[in-house]
Design a protein around this ligand. Structure first.
Ligand SMILES: [Fe+2]
Ligand SMILES: [Fe+2]
Length: 252
């Protein structure tokens, strides 16, 4: 019984083998035909749009990395003003993520992120700033401001370029959205520059509000308190214009 069944099955399995062979042959023929035809190049405008889409993906990921990093900076800051500046920018950054997602949709792109290696490096620098400085010191705040301003400048470069590209490609709704974020990044950078004036002075021990100052630091401060204070005021006056120039430069 079993043998008969096997015998009966034999012809049909041969047919199956033949049909598999012929389908493999057909696939090979199709592949040969495919290889033979020259690959159609995408028009330059499509490639440009693809690049724009890629840059948006990179920036979306960068913003999301910052949403995770900023709470650590709020917690690590010594100065209350710096902590609240970071807090304010965290809430702006969360809104920037949603705004950027809107840019994807107004341009007809799928909302997807792509790992931003540059932001990963900048966030690592921020983490190092925390690890390598003493908790409760103003030197830590100086290091945090430097790390944060590097981030803001990176973002300003990214949004400035994205805005210009969107303009060229005719994505007018995206232009407005990208400009809004670019303005926020510029304002955040400017606020940090303004804060850095007093924080740098505190870190240098040239004001009376030092935190965790060592005994020798206090002695040094007591030796020439007036001269140092005078030097700071004069320096601030002399450098006032330069600082505002720098701020203007930062806001570009
Ligand atoms: Fe941002
Ligand atoms: Fe930012």
């Amino acid at each position: 019984m079993k043998t008969t069944a096997r015998k009966k099955n034999k012809p049909s399995s041969r047919v199956a083998q033949r049909s598999t062979k012929s389908s493999v042959k057909a696939t090979k023929t199709r592949q040969r035909t495919k290889k033979a035809s020259p690959k159609k190049e995408k028009p330059d405008e499509d490639k440009f749009k693809e690049l724009f889409n890629d840059l948006l993906k990179d920036t979306l990921n960068a913003e999301k990395q910052l949403v995770r990093a900023l709470p650590k900076m709020v917690k690590a800051a010594t100065s209350k003003q710096l902590a609240s500046a970071f807090k304010k920018h965290l809430s702006e950054t969360e809104k920037q993520v949603s705004r950027l997602e809107k840019v994807f949709s107004v341009c007809g792109f799928k909302v997807v992120g792509k790992k931003c290696e540059a932001m990963e490096g900048l966030v690592k620098e921020g983490e190092e700033a925390i690890k390598e400085t003493t908790q409760g010191s103003f030197v830590r705040d100086v290091a945090l401001i430097v790390a944060a301003q590097k981030v803001e400048h990176y973002e300003m470069a990214a949004y400035g370029s994205l805005r210009s590209i969107a303009e060229t490609l005719g994505y007018s709704k995206a232009v407005d959205l990208l400009q809004k974020t670019l303005d926020e990044e510029g304002a955040a950078d400017k606020a940090l520059t303004e804060l850095s004036a007093s924080i740098n002075a505190k870190a240098a021990g040239t004001t009376g509000s030092k935190v965790q100052a060592s005994a020798s630091d206090q002695e040094e401060e007591e030796e020439e308190p007036i001269e140092e204070a005078v030097y700071l005021d004069a320096d601030e006056e002399e450098e006032g214009d330069q600082r505002s120039d720098r701020n203007m430069g930062n806001s570009l």
